[in-house]
Design a protein around this ligand. Structure first.
Ligand code: GTP
Ligand code: SPV
Ligand code: MN
Length: 623
């Protein structure tokens, strides 16, 4: 490496400069670049990846400023098994997180980082989670050897000079270390998607007070590598939030306006690939109702001066699931990714465009699938692609189920005008949910805050392709959709939720709901149409907020009566709705027993108030 003094001259914060130098000396990159966050920089990096045959530039008329990237087949999603919370006391990580002693982990990873950037460029990425300079925002610096990470971080965060300015002036920031873990020997040709084998991948959060930092090695994909997102804005932020008295949640934030023009802000926590992006930018099928987007994945929530709970979206873009995104399901997401978007692991069409399963357009006659192989429209099913040139044979997943688009938030046609409000938006409803093929009704409202916290803590969902796992499709407990993202003991996290309820003004406590769009019938079909029709459930929730909803008291919570959900123009029959709104007492007894069992590993750390809620519900079910 040549002397880095010139490259680092923009960094005037001596502590930052010393850290970058130390990491550079250890990882031995060929070049160092301090990213400015400009369009020119993005273009230069993207074109460099095109020139070396890694990325594909899409058709400039059909998809201006867009690129297609194919990852390595082993590096397609988050790796929970390789994700660690490192703090001195194992109990602070809790039984749901992988834990390792911080000193031990630092040794393992520091050894892995030795020389790991050989032949590559070290990029210094200063970024802000939240609007630049907002009192609720937090700064970070990611050091990475991946141009893919730089370009994605530019879309997903406020990245570059403005963030660096604040850090140069002495603002605090979180240190985020990242390498794809694939050094290049002199003369060695690079691969399209460098990464390290699974056993060398580590996604580590150090969480002890004053030591908060992220060390990531071996993966270039999504939440493993774009460290502002899950690692910072959820795992580290949840730890800071508990300490500082706020909340960092895996939640979308939407603005819902009724036909009378009254607006409500709603947040919703659904696990990965369970419908946050879709709900956040939904086109309601109910006439007169409007949804606008404030955020689609993460909410930071503080109690405002007015006593209400205020939410900001710390991100700047969407890293959205491609398959299933269509003109019918989510036209706003499709518009958001018309330009300036990075597509990862979708199908490339012969006319330089992209395709994925359930995009709502017929499969192209020929394309290149996410693995780089030729694929062809299926003769039997125009919605699918096959590997055989004659169009016969079993359909393949031509786009990876966790293929994604990275698109700037401002390109969403329904982005709310207040999405960057530094004070955040006042939340009047919080939804929890998940993919539950049975038992869980369409919607259920908590009787009070503590009951709502219980509902969130009891959430479960089928594991989706957003994580590399052998449990895909199986239901697991995923409290508040935070199982993979809570940076500390989950039982303490439940306690923090209860505490927050005491800080919010009593008349401004958000109402809490549990929803399930994913019930299936005996034939395995979804019973509820979902997507825009979810507005019917949101309407009932608004009526409930106003105290005007038709409700019935049940052992599990407050539910709509059969005639309370507006089905005007909806394909769902009253019989199906009745089934979706019926409490399956036997199923629920098992459900509650399952929750109780899932608490055993926490010992007596589960708050008594929550245990009381579980006992109350159990008693009501047994009446
Ligand atoms: P992450 O980005 O992983 O956190 O996912 P997410 O929660 O934002 O999920 P997203 O909205 O991207 O949806 C994931 C998948 O679920 C897509 O394939 C959607 O088509 C599908 N989906 C979303 N909403 C609904 C719904 O209401 N009903 C049904 N049946 N499917 C849905
Ligand atoms: C999720 O898995 O919840 C995501 C995608 O939003 S990732 O950024 O990879 O975490
Ligand atoms: Mn997510």
């Amino acid at each position: 490496m040549s002397c880095c003094c010139k490259a680092l001259e923009k960094i005037t914060n001596p502590e930052l400069k010393a850290w970058v130098k130390e990491f550079a000396e250890h990882t031995t990159p060929e070049h160092i670049v301090v990213c400015d966050g400009s369009q020119e920089e993005f273009d230069r990096l993207a074109e460099g990846e095109v020139a070396r045959g890694s990325w594909v530039k899409l058709d400039p008329v059909k998809r201006p400023g867009c690129y297609l990237v194919r990852s390595h087949e082993s590096d397609v999603a988050r790796v929970e098994k390789r994700t660690y919370i490192c703090c001195k006391d194992k109990n602070n990580a809790g039984p749901t997180n992988n834990w390792m002693d911080p000193t031990e982990m630092r040794k393992i990873m520091w050894d892995l980082y030795a020389g790991c950037m050989k032949g590559r460029t070290l990029y210094v990425i200063p970024f802000s989670m939240g609007p630049i300079g907002s009192p609720l925002s937090k700064l970070g610096v990611e050091l990475t050897d991946s141009p893919y990470v730089v370009c994605n971080m530019r879309i997903m965060t406020r990245m570059g000079d403005a963030a660096l300015d604040l850090i140069n002036k002495g603002a605090e920031y979180i240190k985020c270390y990242h390498s794809v873990g694939a050094p290049l020997e002199p003369g060695q040709k690079d691969v399209a998607w460098p990464c390290a084998p699974m056993e060398k991948k580590y996604i580590t959060q150090f969480t002890d007070p004053g030591e908060e930092a992220i060390w990531s090695f071996g993966s270039g994909y999504g939440g493993n590598a774009l460290l502002g997102k899950k690692c910072f804005a959820l795992r580290i932020a949840s730890v800071l939030a508990r300490k500082e008295g706020w909340m960092a949640e895996h939640m979308l934030i939407l603005k819902l306006t009724n036909p009378e023009g009254k607006s409500y802000y709603v947040t919703a926590a659904f696990p990965s690939a369970c419908g946050k992006t879709n709900l956040a930018m939904m086109l309601p099928t109910l006439p007169g109702w409007k949804v606008e987007t404030c955020g689609d994945d993460i909410a930071w929530m503080h109690v405002g001066k007015d006593g209400a709970l205020h939410a900001i979206n710390p991100e700047n873009g969407f890293f959205g699931v491609a398959p299933g995104t269509s003109k019918i399901s989510n036209p706003n997401a499709l518009h958001a990714c018309e330009k300036n978007t990075i597509f990862t692991n979708v199908v490339l069409t012969d006319d330089g465009d992209v395709w994925w399963e359930d995009m709502g357009v017929p499969a192209p006659a020929h394309g290149i699938d996410w693995k780089g192989n030729d694929c062809y429209a299926s003769k039997d099913n125009p919605k699918k692609m096959v590997a055989s040139p004659d169009g016969t044979g079993e359909p393949i997943k031509a786009a990876h189920p966790n293929s994604r688009f990275t698109a700037p938030a401002v390109q969403c046609p329904v982005i709310a005008k207040e999405w960057e409000d530094p004070e955040g938006v006042p939340v009047s409803a919080i939804l929890f949910g998940g993919r539950r093929p049975s038992t869980i009704p369409l919607v259920n409202m908590a009787k009070d805050w503590a009951h709502g916290v219980y509902m969130g803590s009891a959430a479960g969902s089928e594991v989706t392709a957003a994580v590399i796992s052998d449990q895909i499709g199986q239901v697991r407990r995923d409290p508040m959709a935070m199982l993979p993202f809570c940076g500390y003991n989950m039982a303490d996290y439940f306690g923090h939720w209860l505490e927050m309820g005491k800080k919010i003004a009593a008349d401004k406590l958000p109402k809490i709901f549990f929803v399930n769009w994913f019930r299936k019938d005996a034939d395995g079909h979804f019973m509820w149409p979902g997507f825009g029709d979810n507005s019917r459930v949101l309407k009932w929730a608004c009526e409930a907020i106003e105290g005007k909803a038709k409700t019935k008291d049940t052992p599990i919570g407050i539910m709509p009566t059969d005639d309370a959900i507006d089905l005007t123009g909806c394909e769902t029959t009253p019989e199906t709705l009745h089934e979706l709104l019926t409490v399956d007492i036997e199923g629920w007894k098992k459900e509650v027993a399952g929750v109780k069992e899932s608490w055993e590993k926490f010992g007596d750390r589960i708050p008594a108030e929550l245990r009381a809620k579980l006992d109350e519900i159990t008693a009501a079910l047994n009446k």
